[in-house]
Design a protein around this ligand. Structure first.
Ligand code: PMP
Length: 388
């Protein structure tokens, strides 16, 4: 008997993540250096782990308020104000979520009517398109280009607008390209949002990890607070991926709509993780700075060496990914990644999994120790000799 008939059409049509496939292949091999995973190589700071342990010792094992512990929401509001100059009310404008992943999910479900279109600059995080589809909407890719350093141009928005366009899902710094939009570039996008009455879903999960210029948070721009759902979390900047904790900040009407979905589908984010996050925001920002310093050093070394060994790569302004071109090799990104893994035991992610415009590139995470990066680059340079 086949169970396929029970599945929803939307789910049947979703493709499994192209990243997973690679991990499964790498998992069966020994001695692989993985530049594949999108997570920090740091363990969460001890004081944060201790705060979580203490909460358990004290017996705080119940549900929290649906929106999250009030103390955590107060800290999130303080943090956003201080760091990014954006103001929210903790009472009704902030929701603590199960990672930025759940934040994206409830944001998209709250705003999407069947066949509404959501603009998604690509290459992008693999979940965006599927989450739009699961919400009943239509993902509309906007193909950013290497010669623009993978930055979204206002004219690309203009060209994609239809009477069904509802929102733009903006990710800066970007996974997988590391591109960061500066204030002026964001202002041009803000003009488009105003002109076409778009809602902006600003995924700022990598906001702590920018290396060159001062960071501008989208809702801090003139007039944008009211048309932005800000999505962020603890996974990347605070090295807390396994804690599954993120948050949403948005004007009350939007937040309260998302809270309805959250309370029915999730109830609340894990209580013990929320206690850890309070500590992270109160006393963890110095550690974030230290980690950032270390990523910056690794970025500079890694990207410089990639360029030296024949893989042209722009200097990414944020996150912890390099996105070099592999066009010179004549291979597709899938072939490149597969051969590099089998011949030299280095795992990277083929660019096409991040969207059509990612073809011709690979994503390498440089959130690995310097020794691992050196060894990976040594192996990649041997691999590149095949093509000289
Ligand atoms: N957005 C982007 C751009 C990401 O790269 C990721 C994680 N890879 C997420 C959201 C999800 O993060 P979280 O662990 O908070 O669910």
């Amino acid at each position: 008997m086949t169970q396929e008939k029970y599945l929803s059409k939307t789910v049947s049509q979703l493709k499994p993540s192209g990243i997973r496939k690679f991990f499964d292949l790498a998992a069966g091999m020994e001695g692989v250096i993985s530049l594949g995973v999108g997570e920090p190589d740091f363990v969460t700071s001890w004081n944060v782990r201790e705060a979580c342990i203490l909460s358990l010792e004290q017996g705080f094992t119940s549900y929290t308020a649906n929106a999250g512990l009030a103390e955590l929401r107060v800290e999130i509001v303080r943090y956003l104000q201080k760091k990014f100059n954006v103001s929210y009310r903790y009472e009704d404008e902030v929701i603590v979520t199960v990672g930025a992943s759940q934040a994206l999910d409830i944001a998209l479900r709250a705003i999407t009517n069947p066949l509404d279109e959501v603009l998604i600059p690509e290459p992008c995080f693999v979940s965006y398109g599927p989450l739009v589809s699961l919400a009943g909407g239509v993902p509309v890719p906007l193909h950013t280009k290497a010669e623009d350093q993978f930055k979204l141009l206002p004219k690309q928005i203009e060209a994609a607008i239809t009477d069904r366009t509802k929102a733009l899902l903006l990710c800066s710094p970007s996974n997988p390209t590391g591109a960061v939009l500066n204030k002026q570039e964001l202002e041009q996008i803000a003009n488009m949002a105003e002109k076409h009455d778009l809602l902006i879903l600003a995924d700022e999960i990598y906001a702590e990890l920018t290396y060159d210029e001062a960071y501008t948070s989208f809702p801090s721009l003139q007039g944008m607070h009211e048309r932005t759902i800000l999505i962020s979390g603890f996974s990347k900047g605070f090295a807390m991926t396994g804690w599954r904790l993120g948050f949403i900040a948005a004007p009350a009407e939007l937040s309260q709509a998302m809270l309805k979905i959250h309370q029915y589908s999730m109830m609340c984010a894990p209580t013990m993780a929320q206690f850890g996050a309070i500590e992270a925001l109160k006393n963890g920002l110095q550690d974030v700075e230290q980690m950032k310093k270390s990523y910056r050093q690794r970025r500079n070394y890694f990207v410089e060496t990639l360029n030296e060994i024949g893989l042209p790569c722009h200097l990414p302004g944020g996150a912890f990914y390099a996105f070099p071109s592999i066009v010179n090799t004549g291979l597709s990104s899938e072939e490149f990644a597969e051969r590099l893994l089998l011949e030299q035991k280095v795992a990277v992610v083929p660019g096409h999994v991040f969207g059509e415009s990612g073809e011709g590139f690979i994503r390498c995470s440089y959130a690995s120790s310097l020794e691992q990066l050196q060894e990976a680059l040594r192996r990649i340079s041997i691999f590149m000799k095949n093509f000289q």
